[in-house]
Every structure is written in C-alpha cells, then in structure tokens.
Ligand binder design. Structure first.
Ligand code: MF3
Ligand code: CO
Ligand code: CO
Length: 265
C-alpha cells in the first residue's frame, strides 16, 4: 500500500486535531495527583473532548483486528505498564509515573500525543527514565526531513536509549495518521541509519518511543489491552504527531503546556 501525502487542507485539519490532543494533556495536568483514580482522569478527559472541544475520543470502542473494543477514552499507563493501560479503579499515589495518551478526532482527522506525568516526588531512576525517553523522542523527531530514512529515526532513538543502559520496546511503534488512526508507515523506534522508507514532504506520522529501565520484553495482561514489562521494570513513553515539511518537520501536537524542547547536543 502507498503512503499518503497530505494536501494543504489535510494539513490544516491535522494541525487543529493535533493541537486539541495536546490541549487535553494541558487540561488534565493539574488533576494528576495522589489519590485520583485513572477512571476519574478518563472521565474528565472524555467530557472535555466531547463537550469543550466538540471532538471524539478515538480510543473509545476502537477495535483493531484481534482486539476487543477498547472500553475507555484515553490510555493511562502507570509505572511498569508500557502502553494501552486501561483506566479503572486504580488510585495514583505519590511516586507513581503515568503516561497519558490522548487521541482526538476533529472533523475526521486524528491528533495523537502522550506525555509522562509524575505523581508527587518520584525516584531518581523514574525521573531519569522519563527525561531520557523525552529526549529520545526529540532525537528521533530531529531526524525528520525529506529524503531522510525511517532507519535514521529509529537509530537516533535506539542508540541513545541503549547508550544510557535502557531498552527499546519492539512490538509497538509509531504510525502514519490522518483520517485513519493507525496506517502505514510503521515508525520503528530502533533501526540502522539509511535503511527503510525515505521520507517525503506531506507525510504525517507519530513518533512514540517506549523505553524500559530493564529488559525490552513485554507481556499482555488478560484484559487483552494492557501491555507491561515482563520483568516489571519501569517504562516510559512520549508521543508527538509530526508533519514532514520541505525543509524538515513540524510538530503538530504542541500546545501552551507542552514541555520545552530539550537541548539535543
Ligand atoms: N494512542 C495510541 C497510539 O499512540 C493507541 C491507543 S489505541 C487504544 O497509537 F485503543 F488503546 F486506545
Ligand atoms: Co500513536
Ligand atoms: Co497515542
């Protein structure tokens, strides 16, 4: 199958969807505190997306092949949960790390972004993992320009993570996005420079590395969605939706509350 090149209208609509996704993360930030349940975060985000943004939470009832419909509107992945943590009665407590992953649909277009949150004071290792994963995402983003290859993105992320003693999850990757939530190409967070598909202006995809403090191996929980580290080590993830421009990239999922871009050198 071929990879979509977005036209000016698509890009304008993706900018709106992307910003809205990021603004949900801004909105939820003050609620991510000791004592809150992941279900309460889900309900707050759901209501904000539907009532304030007049958009649709893409995860709700999302049912890719081999999966039961996803039952909630956001993903909340706490501590050793790598991704697709399903909100429930879990109470967040001081020292927890949580990835909140938001995808909104606005006028038929998807904006997909996630951030790490720290509940109270977290361990030095947890902080290091979140910060390093954030930097890894940006090192990947920084590779994006016409004629760069997907392997350049994966290599930038993998080499940095492994140099720092962490591991990269292989089973989940970034993805093309637009009118469809998950489409080609797959954006692997590991790879070799110069290998794989060459980027072209107008492509839009996510970069969303999942990095583990321990081994890279994963395990799926009986709910059919929640993915955890097999060794129960901590995991972190950040995600942005990226447009390839004529000269480089544009990050479509920025908002007033986005953390600063890290110093990459
Ligand atoms: N937002 C996730 C991603 O980054 C996908 C979540 S699918 C769900 O691709 F069904 F688990 F919500
Ligand atoms: Co995504
Ligand atoms: Co996401």
């Amino acid at each position: 199958m071929s990879i979509s090149i977005n036209n000016a209208i698509d890009i304008a609509k993706m900018r709106i969807a992307g910003r809205l996704g990021a603004e949900v993360l801004d909105y939820i930030t003050p609620f991510v505190v000791h004592g809150v349940t992941t279900d309460a975060l889900d309900k707050l985000c759901h209501d904000y997306i539907v009532n304030v943004q007049q958009a649709v939470p893409a995860p709700l009832n999302y049912a890719p092949d081999g999966h039961t419909p996803y039952p909630k509107s956001i993903c909340t992945s706490v501590n050793h949960v790598i991704c697709h943590g399903v909100p429930g009665d879990k109470v967040l407590k001081n020292g927890d790390t949580v990835n909140i992953d938001i995808t909104v649909i606005k006028e038929g277009y998807h904006g997909d972004t996630s951030r790490m949150f720290h509940v109270g004071e977290v361990s030095i290792q947890a902080k290091r993992l979140s910060e390093l994963t954030y930097k890894a995402m940006w090192l990947g983003i920084n590779q994006v320009k016409p004629d760069a290859s997907l392997g350049d993105i994966g290599y930038a992320i993998q080499s940095f993570a492994e140099k720092n003693g962490f591991s990269v999850v292989r089973e989940f990757c970034g993805h093309g996005i637009g009118k469809v939530f998950h489409t080609e190409p797959q954006i692997l967070h590991y790879g070799r420079p110069g290998q794989g598909l060459k980027l072209k202006a107008g492509m839009i995809f996510t970069i969303e590395p999942m990095i583990n403090a321990g081994k890279r191996d994963i395990k799926q929980m009986p709910d059919g969605w929640t993915i955890v580290t097999k060794d129960r080590s901590l995991s972190a993830q950040w995600e942005h939706t990226i447009l390839v421009t004529e000269t480089g990239y544009d990050v479509l999922t920025l908002s007033a509350g986005s953390p600063a871009t890290p110093q990459l050198i």
